[in-house]
Design a protein around this ligand. Structure first.
Ligand code: CUA
Length: 333
């Protein structure tokens, strides 16, 4: 090959590589990492991306050179010359991808293994998913509707579902794990950045799927202890307190229902602002609707949408508080 051709191929390769590199670097493809696991995932991502950019540059250079150099004249109707392979080239384009794909596999396997390893003494938090809310149980049995994690400590989440498949995802933590009824799945997170994040359900789980979110806070270890203390004493720990408003929030009622005192306006289920008990005592009717939602359906709403598991997921005290809260919030009654 002449020197001029090599220079041209090199120029095409550099142009293609530069365009691909700019697209990789200038566009924020991933959220800013907030966990050690996400850092490793980012490393895998960049490792693979750099290899891909290299291959892309080489392939584009070969295509551009071939298209320009071997372009047939407009009146040239002849067949191209018969080409019967090239053993040297075939060995090269088999060997190089084999090495690269193996390298990507090894890096990915190491990252997967490390990301699954919570170390000797992780903080264990049980996560319960239910249409359409998340509940977190801390080692001291305190429960809350929000996830609070101390920075720098490995956390092992065990995921459970009470009804259908949900999926736990905090984009800044970089990983997802399904919560599947009947089995226990796990997820390891080692938060590295103090801040507030959003947990989103990332498995289509029913009408309220889009509202199935929870707040995640990464705090200093001392603030985590303070949170647990507050939660245990009932202050700021929704599900631990038998405070109806807190139960309403923690159980995720607002994901589907409008209720003015709680400031929610979802319309998946009937509004709770003016409950029509159909002649029954109001408290008894509300209680029945919580534990057995299909018993009486509000006009225009289908059965089997609201979970019928609240008698299991909430304590009796919490249900009583919720009934009281909803009943107190009735405008006309
Ligand atoms: Cu739970 Cu989507």
């Amino acid at each position: 090959m002449r020197r001029g051709s090599i220079v041209r191929i090199t120029i095409y390769g550099v142009i293609a590589g530069t365009i691909a590199s700019l697209a990789a670097v200038l566009i924020p493809w991933l959220p800013t990492s907030a966990s050690e696991e996400m850092d490793r995932i980012e490393f895998t991502f960049w490792f693979t991306t750099v290899i891909c950019i290299g291959i892309f540059a080489i392939v584009m250079a070969a295509i551009a050179y071939s298209v320009l150099k071997f372009r047939a004249a407009d009146d040239d109707e002849r067949d191209g010359p018969p080409v019967h392979g090239h053993t040297g080239l075939e060995i090269i384009w088999t060997a190089i991808p084999t090495v690269l794909v193996t390298a990507i596999s090894v890096v990915s396997a190491v990252v997967l293994a490390k990301n699954d390893d919570a170390g000797k003494n992780p903080l264990r938090i049980a996560v319960t998913a239910q249409q359409f809310a998340w509940k977190f149980e801390y080692p001291d049995k305190t429960t809350s509707g929000s996830l609070v994690l101390p920075v720098g400590r490995a956390v092992k989440l065990t995921l459970h579902s009470l009804d259908v498949i949900h999926s736990f995802w905090v984009p800044e933590f970089g990983q997802k794990s399904d919560a599947v009824p009947g089995i226990e799945t796990t997820l390891v997170i080692t938060p590295t950045r103090i801040g507030s994040y959003s947990l989103v359900c990332t498995e289509l789980c029913g009408l309220g799927h889009a509202t199935m979110r929870a707040q995640v806070q990464v705090v200093e270890a001392t603030d985590y202890q303070a949170f647990l203390k507050r939660a245990a004493s009932g202050d700021g720990a929704p599900a631990a307190a038998d405070d109806g408003a807190a139960v309403y929030t923690a159980a995720g009622c607002g994901g589907c229902h409008a209720f003015e005192p709680a400031g929610t306006d979802a319309a998946v289920g009937p509004s709770l602002d003016e409950i029509d008990s159909g002649g029954k005592p109001l408290d008894a009717y509300i209680l029945e609707s919580i534990v057995d939602p299909n018993a009486v359906l509000a006009p225009g709403y289908q059965g089997d949408v609201m979970p019928n598991t609240y008698d299991k997921s909430l304590t009796e005290g919490q249900i009583d508080a919720l009934v009281q809260y909803l009943s107190d919030g009735q405008g006309g009654n």
